[in-house]
Design a protein around this ligand. Structure first.
Ligand SMILES: [Zn+2]
Length: 101
């Protein structure tokens, strides 16, 4: 997910610990009924996150400094790619549905 897709983010003073972030990803993975092969958190330049065709998810460490709703949007977006590999209508419908809960 490109960073430009989220335009109104605000840096927070307090960051969440990596373990908490990882727990958020795992909780959403259970909710979406997907199983990432690997969850990595490391600095990324132009993206918030990416999903490899083998099911490996990488999240930008900058996300630890983002508000909860931004983190949730990026997490759900990437996990959803384990179900739908593109950004078509199905992807958008599912993303909207999950983010409304
Ligand atoms: Zn995407």
């Amino acid at each position: 997910m490109r960073k430009a897709a989220v335009s109104d983010w605000q840096p927070l003073e307090q960051a969440v610990p990596v373990d908490l972030f990882r727990a958020e990803v795992e909780a959403w993975a259970r909710r979406l009924e997907v199983t990432p092969r690997e969850i990595r958190i490391r600095p990324m330049k132009r993206k918030w996150a990416s999903c490899s065709s083998q099911g490996r998810l990488t999240f930008d460490t900058d996300l630890l400094h983002q508000p909860a709703d931004i983190r949730r949007e990026v997490i759900v977006h990437e996990l959803l790619h384990l179900k739908v590999p593109n950004h078509g209508r199905l992807f958008k419908a599912l993303l909207k549905a999950y983010l409304q809960r």
